[in-house]
Design a protein around this ligand. Structure first.
Ligand SMILES: *Cc1c(COP(=O)(O)O)cnc(C)c1O
Length: 336
């Protein structure tokens, strides 16, 4: 089976397993796990922020960020198809009493400065007030769109004009960085915090990082505990994360594989795929997504339904160029 449902399906390699086995550990809730501390320092440096916090999942990282930046009752501006709004179980409302104001970011999911100004709500006796702008890079549901430094700068600058901070959901930030050939810190020049996943294309078994200023991370540390994310000898799971940080350049292979896959699938009758910017290929099928997924699974390829007729294929560490060629052949057979 060639599993292209998600870049989260990768399994840790021998080096990661060895790193976990031999990791120095301590109680991370007391900040005493040397491996976690090293990971947090390296992660902060990798994104050009002052400090970072190891969190079990990207979802928790985003939810901590929202809770730490905004006050109960605030609005949060986000893209209509963003993960934080659609795929986190309504956590903004459930966990932090925040109201999302979704903005349509068009085909690429880019929030413009005009959209920020238009969506901003001034706090009055009648209105909640906007507490945070959340951006997503790469944009998952738009097909792994790599949003440029200029686009992020402009949206965040508009938010700052209203004195509101900007959080970047960078679950796949390094995919954007590699695709755009822009250092990750440059993508975050105007951002106040970022979350990125170690457990996606970078290949770690567990974990994400939340980064920002020292003061922000101090408060985030408390909110992590509140949400149940205070882990003890977490160095065991953080150690593979240190290995994962060395996998950034490798993401370019995933992008090449995604382009090959998109071209191969687009050439099949009944399918349409645009050239992907990173490792996510969205395919439109003339069947229902469910029927298509069932048909290709029978031939040995797995993908995810992303809309009534849209299916997502994700390339990752555990598939190589040969797997991609085989996957295209399998889909061809399923469609004939
Ligand atoms: C995967 C993902 C997350 C959440 O990460 P988990 O570790 O699965 O909770 C957040 N945002 C985006 C854009 C993602 O793709």
């Amino acid at each position: 089976m060639i599993d292209l449902r998600s870049d989260t399906v990768t399994r840790p390699d021998a080096a990661m397993r060895e790193a976990a086995r031999t990791a120095a550990v301590g109680d991370d809730v007391y900040d005493e796990d040397p491996t976690v501390n090293e990971l947090e320092a390296r992660a902060a440096e990798a994104v050009g922020m002052d400090a970072a916090l190891y969190v079990p999942t990207g979802t928790m990282g985003n939810q901590i960020a929202a809770r730490t930046h905004a006050d109960r009752g605030d609005e949060l501006l986000c893209e209509r198809d963003s993960h934080i709004y659609n795929w986190e179980v309504g956590g903004l409302a459930q966990l932090s009493g925040l109201q999302a104001r979704p903005i349509d970011g068009g085909a690429r999911g880019v929030i413009t400065p005009d959209a920020v100004h238009e969506g901003f709500v001034e706090r009055t006796d009648h209105r909640p007030g906007t507490g945070l702008l959340a951006l997503e890079n790469t944009h998952n549901q738009k097909g792994g769109v790599a949003i440029t430094a200029d686009e992020i700068d402009a949206a965040a600058a508009a938010a700052h004009e209203h004195d509101i901070p900007t959080h970047v959901d960078g679950a796949r930030l390094f995919n954007a960085s590699v695709a755009l050939d822009t250092p990750a810190p440059r993508l975050l020049d105007n951002a106040d915090s970022v979350m990125f996943c170690l457990s996606k294309g970078l290949g770690a078994p567990v974990g994400s990082m939340l980064a920002g200023s020292e003061a922000f991370i101090d408060r985030a540390h408390r909110n992590r505990k509140l949400l149940g994310g205070g882990m003890r000898q977490a160095g065991i799971v953080a150690a593979p994360g240190l290995e994962a940080l060395d996998n950034v350049d490798r993401l370019a292979e995933d992008h090449t594989n995604a382009r090959t896959l998109a071209a191969g699938l687009d050439a099949i009758d009944g399918l349409a795929a645009e050239t992907p910017e990173t490792n996510i290929v969205l395919v439109e099928t003339d069947r229902t997504a469910e029927a298509f997924i069932e048909a290709i699974a029978a031939e040995g390829v797995r993908a995810s339904a992303f809309g009534q007729h849209i299916v997502r294929f994700c390339t990752h560490w555990d598939v190589d160029g040969d797997d991609i060629e085989r996957a295209i052949e399998c889909v061809e057979r399923a469609m004939s």
